[in-house]
Design a protein around this ligand. Structure first.
Ligand code: C2E
Ligand code: MG
Ligand code: MG
Length: 760
């Protein structure tokens, strides 16, 4: 029973008790009023009537006696007197029983008897001859006196009666007033109770409504809710259960529960727990089931929830956490997990971490825009994955990962021999023979592959990856497209890298940098028309460091900005100095790296240096590599235009190695293409290189650009280039890059000997 219901019942009982008490009180008081009014009607009023009749009857005796005295008519007298006496009797009779004052009654009675006696004496006197008239008169006087004495007694009787009536009236009035008060009090109490009852009934109604709403909880619940009896039979199922049954094409509610449900119930009952959670699959959906034991009610509540979507989302999140978004391959975190699982086991097997980096991919990305990189990496991942699947049987278990950018990783947990690694690397390289398709274009790639072996090259994953990376870097440093295992001297190389960076920071202040110069010759005019400034770094220990080694380092560390500025200024100063010393007006070609070119202050710097040094702009040529110009083409064109406005010359270095789009090339305000030396190197042997050189020359001609071939070492190469219509050449055939003084001597020598005569 709810508290509110209990309160209402209490109030009801209170009202009942009050009602009964009030009724009893009203009844007793009402009876008292009834009694007093009853005595008034039944006793007091008849008494008053009787007293009046008595008074009249007594007063009538005297006139009848006087009439008898006057007429002496005895017959009339006797008849009248007898009637009067009867009236007196009837008057006295009712008073006799009820008048409290007996004395008063007896006095009246005695006085009346006396009058009767006097009347008898008068009768005798009047009937005795001779009539004694004196005696008769005396008797009549006596009657008058007696009558006069009776009157106060009757008045006293009336007074008594009056007092009795008044008393009864007062009593009835008091009782009636009491009843009225009681009724008023009761009404007030009832009114107050009604307010309380109203309040509690309101609360009760609200509570009932809330209960009804709560009862709707199961009914409206979108998830199945069941109530089972102690044996596991279904007592109740909400509408959502029915809907689910229909959706799943089941027949009855019990089929919604897992097959081993009764066993679970028994286990739950055996345990001391109230609830139990379980998860099960039904018709390709996953359900979560909460069983709640209600021991007091000998039943169970079962709540089912379809968590299929949650599970899928969880699995997706899990997959995302362990896989690379772009390629769908497992990521570094997954690699780390697998590595830990493998190393935690008892296996004594060797393991290998292989890193694969795609060579020259940056150039493709820069030329095709970064949107293409996604396609490319996906295609690459697919290719590698296929290969891994195919090679599973021949090379044992292996896992493929994407680590970052264009770097993929492999984990071979059961490595038998280094030979096995070599074979896999070969297969990997072979898989790159077919081109990869990006944006309807096909690209050929090669892979730089490095491997480290567990536990030989490291016991933890970080070390192994770092060492494999060192191996990859070594492969890349030697031109890429090869496989290399990590060897202990790799650390020394890394140390050297750090060493170089530190040295490079101080190189300018310590005057360790110098410019060497290599001549550029015009084939048709048979004369030296320009010179390329090539940077040299001679360290404290007199060791020469190749720009191939330190320029990328300077790029990466940002040191290229001050170094590049120094190169540009020194080269311009050199050019002007040679002009002044009568060495002719040679075009000074200066190499500009990507970071320098993209630096916002670059154009301003060029203008400033030209102004500072006084070199006419047409004698300065900036060499920019193909990959630099293809990165952010619009910005490049803007920068190139700004440089053109300065009237400096612009050439594209290492042309042919990148992927310049012809349409862009047309828009670049450039003067010269520098055929990359790798084509020149093999041109006497490789028909492909010849074809490339020829097409570059043809392209130059069609775009009205000069074409210079670099790396020309032999006369044979020179002859062929001349034959193909190449405008200019540069290479060891003429001179290696040399310090300025040496270059001056060389130039003097060739001009004196007549350039053409000596070399051709
Ligand atoms: P690059 O601009 O293509 O320079 C040509 C490279 O080929 C130079 O190497 C040069 O010594 C070498 N070379 C010239 N003729 C021949 C030849 O007949 N046979 C062979 N085998 N090699 C020849 P170097 O001086 O080692 O410079 C390498 C690269 O370093 C340059 O390639 C250039 O990209 C970069 N570099 C050099 N100096 C600077 C510089 O001041 N600033 C920037 N940003 N890069 C520079
Ligand atoms: Mg160059
Ligand atoms: Mg070059």
């Amino acid at each position: 029973m709810s508290p509110i219901y209990r309160k209402i019942l209490g109030i009801y009982l209170l009202v009942l008790v009050l009602g009964i008490s009030l009724s009893t009180l009203i009844y007793t008081n009402g009876s008292a009023v009834f009694d007093s009014t009853g005595s008034l009607v039944e006793e007091d009023i008849p008494q008053l009537t009787a007293i009046s009749r008595l008074r009249v009857a007594i007063m009538q005796q005297k006139p009848v006696l006087y009439e008898y005295y006057a007429t002496t008519d005895r017959a009339v007298f006797l008849r009248k007197f007898e009637l009067i006496q009867r009236d007196v009797e009837t008057g006295l009779h009712p008073i006799q029983g009820v008048i409290a004052d007996k004395e008063l009654y007896e006095q009246i009675s005695k006085k009346n008897d006396w009058i009767n006696k006097l009347a008898e004496k008068l009768d005798i006197t009047l009937n005795t001859s001779p009539i004694d008239w004196d005696l008769a008169r005396e008797l009549l006087v006596e009657v008058s006196d007696t009558e006069n004495r009776i009157t106060p007694d009757i008045d006293a009787l009336v007074e008594l009666n009056h007092q009795h009536v008044q008393h009864s009236g007062m009593l009835a009035q008091d009782k009636t007033q009491l009843m009225i008060r009681l009724v008023i009090v009761f009404s007030i109490v009832i009114f107050l109770i009604a307010i309380f009852i109203g309040y509690y009934i309101n609360a009760y109604i609200a509570e009932t409504a809330e209960r009804r709403r709560l009862a709707m909880f199961a009914e409206r619940n979108p998830n199945p809710v069941l109530r089972l009896n102690w044996d596991g039979g279904v007592n109740y199922s909400n509408p959502a259960s029915q809907t689910l049954i229909e959706q799943l094409g089941l027949n009855q509610v019990a089929e919604l529960l897992p097959k081993d449900f009764s066993v679970r119930l028994q286990a739950l009952r055996a345990s001391n727990r109230d609830t139990c959670n379980l998860e099960f699959s039904l018709h390709e959906r996953v359900f979560e089931c909460l069983i709640h034991t209600l021991t007091d009610l000998h039943s169970y509540h079962v709540y089912l929830e379809d968590v299929t979507e949650n599970k899928q989302a969880q699995q997706k999140l899990l997959h995302q956490a362990y896989h690379d978004d772009l390629t769908g391959l497992p990521n570094r975190r997954r690699l780390s997990e697998i590595f830990q699982t493998v190393t935690a086991g008892d296996s004594q097997a060797n393991m290998a971490i292989i890193l694969l980096r795609v060579d020259r991919i940056k150039r493709v990305l820069e030329s095709q825009g970064y949107g293409a990189s996604d396609h490319l990496l996906r295609a690459l991942a697919e290719r590698l994955n296929e290969l891994m699947q195919d090679s599973k049987n021949s090379h044992g278990l292996s896992y493929l990962f994407r680590l970052e950018g264009a770097t993929f990783g492999m984990l071979l947990p059961e490595l038998d021999s280094a030979h096995q690694l070599g074979l896999l690397a070969e297969r990997l390289q072979a898989s790159m023979r077919d081109p990869l398709q990006v944006n309807t274009q096909e690209f050929f790639f090669t892979l730089s592959i490095g491997a480290s072996i567990y536990p030989l090259d490291g016991r933890d994953l970080e070390n192994l990856i770092r060492n494999a990376e060192a191996a990859v870097n070594r492969v890349r440093a030697t031109g890429g497209n090869a496989f290399q295992c990590y060897t202990q001297d790799m650390n020394a190389r890394a140390q050297r890298w750090l060493d170089l960076e530190n040295g490079l920071r101080r190189a300018l202040q310590r005057n360790e940098m110098a410019l060497y110069f290599q001549p550029q010759a015009s084939i048709s005019a048979a004369q030296i028309i320009g010179v390329e400034a090539l940077l040299r770094w001679r360290r404290e220990d007199q060791q020469f460091i190749s720009p191939v080694e330190f320029i990328p380092l300077a790029e990466e560390s940002g040191l290229i900005i001050p170094i590049g500025e120094w190169v540009l200024r020194t080269a311009c100063l050199q050019a002007i100095s040679w002009q002044k010393t009568g060495m002719g007006k040679l075009v000074m070609a200066v190499n500009i790296s990507a970071r320098q070119f993209q630096h916002p202050g670059f154009v301003g710097l060029v203008g400033q240096i030209l102004k500072e040094t006084g070199l006419e702009p047409q004698y300065l040529e900036l060499e920019i590599t193909e990959s630099v110009v293809m990165h952010d083409v619009e910005q490049t064109i803007a920068t190139l235009n700004a440089l053109r406005e300065l009237q400096v010359k612009l050439s594209i270095d290492d042309f042919g190695t990148g992927y310049s789009s012809l349409s862009y090339l047309k828009r670049f305000p450039i003067h010269k293409l520098k055929v990359d030396q790798s084509f020149v190197r093999n041109m006497t042997r490789d028909a492909n290189d010849v074809a490339i050189i020829k097409s570059v020359i043809a392209l130059g001609q069609s775009l009205n650009l000069q074409v210079i071939a670099e790396g020309v070492e032999t006369l044979e190469q020179l002859a062929l280039l001349k034959q193909f219509g190449c405008d200019e050449v540069q290479g060891y055939l003429y001179s290696r890059p040399v310090p300025p003084a040496e270059f001056e001597q060389w130039l003097h020598a060739v001009t004196e000997e007549s350039f053409t005569g000596t070399k051709h």
